[in-house]
Design a protein. Structure first.
Length: 524
C-alpha cells in the first residue's frame, strides 16, 4: 500500500464522527403503585431525573394516550439496578420500557410570573391560564444556609391575629408550628396571616406561598377564591398536590414550595410559606418508602422520617446582609389525633420548629376562636419579634390569661370567692372576649395595640361580657375615624409614645362619654 493511501486512511480515521449517540440507558423490569424497578443506569445518582421513552411497536391503547415527556425520580440505588417514582401518569409506564438518564437533579421553575397562580408539585400551571415564559429553575433539594450566613430573627411578621401577635409573636425567618386536631381552625390561622400581609407596604410585603398537601381540591379552590376576594392572591403562589395526586407529588410539594421561596429570598425579599399539612406528607413518604422496600421503623415510618422534615424546615431562615438579607418564614401545620401531641410526627416537628401554637378542640367548641391555648403555646423567638408598642401593651397578658384559666378551673369547686379573685375572673373573661376574632378578618397591628391598650386601662371592665366583642368593634371604628394619624404613627414608629398614649386616652374617654349605654355592667 503506497503512502498516499495510508495518509488517506489516517485522515478518515481522524475525521471520524460517530453517528450513534452514546447514552446511559436502562430498562423497566417492574412497575406498580407509582414505583418502577429499572435494570441498568449504573451511573445514576440520588434524586436524579430519568426520562421514560416509548420505543418499538406501540399498542393502540398507548397510541391514543396523551403525548409528552414522562419523568421519574431516582430514590433507591441498589446492587442490581435502581428504583424510581413516576412523576406523572403511571399508566403510561410498562415493563420493557427504555429509561434514559438525564444527568439533571429535579428542579422547579420560579419567577414573578408565578405570583397569583396555582401550580402543581412540579411547578407546572394547573389554573387553566398561560404557561410561564421566563423562569429560573430552582433545585428542589438544596442545602440550608449555615449559621454564618444567617442573622437573628428580630423583624416582626404580623399575622393580624391579636392572640398571636401579642402573646406568640412570629419573626421573619422563624419556623412556628400550628398544631391541633382536625377542624380546630389551623388553616384559617394560616390564611389570615396571608391576608394580613396586604396591610404591609408593597416594599415590605412578603411573598406568600401556600402549599396544599393531600387536601381536597374543593378546599383549595375555596382558599384561592377567598384570597382573590380579599385582594391577597396577587402576592401569593399556590402549590397544590391534592389527595388525588400520586404519593410522589404529595411528598415533593413542600420542597417545590420552598425552592420557589428561595428564588425570592435570594433576591433579598421576605417570604411566608404555609405547609398544609406535613402529617399528610409524612404519610405519603411512608407509602413511597414501603413501596421502595425500605425497612419500616416505628409506626411503619422509614428511619429517615425526621430528616424528611428537618431538611425542609431548616431552609427557613433570615439571611445575613452579605447574603442579601432575605428571609423565609415557615408555618408548618400538623394534625393531631384526639389532642395527642406526643405522637411520632408531632414530636418530631415540635423539636425542629422555633415554637408552636396549640389549637384546642374544647376552646373551639366553646366559641373561643382562634382556639389557641396560650398556656402551652410558645414562641422561642419571643418578644424579640415584637415592636416596642406591642411589648408595652401585651407584657403581662399571657400570665394574666394563664392565671385566669387556673382560677376558672378552681371556681367550679368553690362556693364563695373573695373580691380580688372574683374581679380577676371577671377581667379574664373580658380579655378572652377581646382576643376573639372572626375568620378572614385580620386586624392591623396599630389597631390591635389600641384595643389591648384600652383593655389594659380597664376600658371593658364595665361592659357586659356578651357585649365586649361588639363594643370592641365600635371602638376600633371610632378610633380609626378620630385619631387615624396617631394610629399611623404607632404603626410607622413601632412605639407607643407619651403623646400617643394621651391621644388614645382622650379618644377612649370620648367614646365612653358618647356611648354610656354600653357601659352598664351586667355580670354574666
Amino acid at each position: 500500500m503506497d503512502s498516499s493511501a495510508v495518509e488517506k486512511i489516517i485522515k478518515e480515521i481522524e475525521g471520524y464522527a460517530p453517528t450513534v449517540e452514546h447514552r446511559h440507558i436502562g430498562r423497566v423490569t417492574s412497575v406498580g403503585d407509582g414505583v418502577v424497578a429499572i435494570d441498568g443506569l449504573s451511573k445514576a445518582v440520588m434524586s436524579e431525573i430519568v426520562e421514560f421513552e416509548e420505543t418499538g411497536k406501540r399498542t393502540l391503547l398507548r397510541a391514543m394516550e396523551v403525548e409528552g415527556s414522562l419523568f421519574g425520580l431516582v430514590l433507591n440505588l441498589e446492587e442490581d439496578g435502581v428504583r424510581a417514582v413516576i412523576l406523572g401518569d403511571t399508566a403510561r409506564v410498562y415493563e420493557g420500557m427504555t429509561v434514559k438518564s438525564t444527568g439533571r437533579i429535579l428542579s422547579v421553575p420560579a419567577s414573578e410570573e408565578l405570583l397569583g397562580r396555582v401550580v402543581n408539585a412540579l411547578g407546572e400551571p394547573i389554573d387553566g391560564k398561560s404557561a410561564f415564559s421566563n423562569t429560573t429553575m430552582m433545585p428542589v433539594e438544596r442545602q440550608a444556609a449555615g449559621v454564618i450566613d444567617r442573622k437573628p430573627v428580630s423583624v416582626p411578621l404580623q399575622t393580624g391575629i391579636k392572640a398571636i401577635d401579642s402573646m406568640i409573636p412570629i419573626g421573619r425567618g422563624q419556623r412556628e408550628l400550628i398544631i391541633g386536631d382536625r377542624g380546630t381552625g389551623k388553616t384559617t390561622v394560616a390564611i389570615d396571616a396571608i391576608i394580613n400581609q396586604k396591610n404591609e407596604p408593597k416594599g415590605n410585603r412578603p411573598v406568600c406561598i401556600y402549599v396544599a398537601i393531600g387536601q381536597k381540591e374543593s378546599k383549595t379552590a375555596r382558599i384561592v377564591q377567598q384570597l382573590r376576594n380579599e385582594g391577597a392572591l396577587d402576592y401569593t403562589i399556590i402549590v397544590d398536590a391534592p389527595a388525588s395526586a400520586p404519593a410522589a407529588l404529595q411528598f415533593l410539594a413542600p420542597y417545590s414550595g420552598v425552592a420557589i421561596g428561595e428564588y425570592f429570598m435570594d433576591q433579598g425579599r421576605d417570604v411566608l410559606i404555609i405547609y398544609d399539612d406535613l402529617s399528610k406528607q409524612a404519610v405519603a413518604y411512608r407509602e413511597l418508602s414501603l413501596l421502595l422496600r425500605r425497612p419500616p421503623g416505628r409506626e411503619a415510618y422509614p428511619g429517615d422520617i425526621f430528616y424528611l422534615h428537618s431538611r425542609l424546615l431548616e431552609r427557613a431562615a433570615r439571611l445575613s446582609d452579605e447574603k442579601g438579607g432575605g428571609s423565609i418564614t415557615a408555618l408548618p401545620i400538623i394534625e393531631t389525633q384526639e389532642g395527642d401531641v406526643s405522637g411520632y410526627i408531632p414530636t418530631n416537628v415540635i423539636s425542629i420548629t422555633d415554637g408552636q401554637m396549640f389549637l384546642i378542640t374544647d376552646l373551639f367548641n366553646k366559641g373561643i376562636r382562634p382556639a389557641i391555648d396560650v398556656g402551652i403555646s410558645v414562641s422561642r423567638v419571643g418578644s424579640n419579634a415584637q415592636t416596642k408598642a406591642m411589648k408595652a401593651v401585651a407584657g403581662g397578658l399571657k400570665l394574666e390569661l394563664a392565671q385566669f384559666r387556673e382560677l376558672e378551673a378552681f371556681m367550679q369547686f368553690a362556693q364563695d370567692l373573695d373580691k380580688a379573685t372574683a374581679d380577676r375572673i371577671e377581667s379574664g373573661r373580658r380579655m378572652v372576649e377581646v382576643l376573639k376574632q372572626k375568620n378572614g378578618a385580620p386586624i392591623p397591628i396599630e389597631k390591635q395595640i389600641a384595643v389591648l391598650y384600652a383593655a389594659g386601662q380597664k376600658f371593658f371592665s364595665d361592659v357586659a361580657v356578651a357585649q365586649v366583642t361588639r363594643v370592641e368593634a365600635r371602638l376600633i371604628e371610632f378610633l380609626d375615624g378620630q385619631i387615624s394619624k396617631t394610629l399611623a404613627e404607632i404603626r410607622k414608629s413601632g412605639q407607643l409614645s407619651d403623646a400617643s398614649k394621651k391621644q388614645l386616652d382622650k379618644a377612649i374617654e370620648e367614646f365612653r362619654l358618647a356611648h354610656p349605654e354600653l357601659f352598664s355592667r351586667t355580670k354574666l
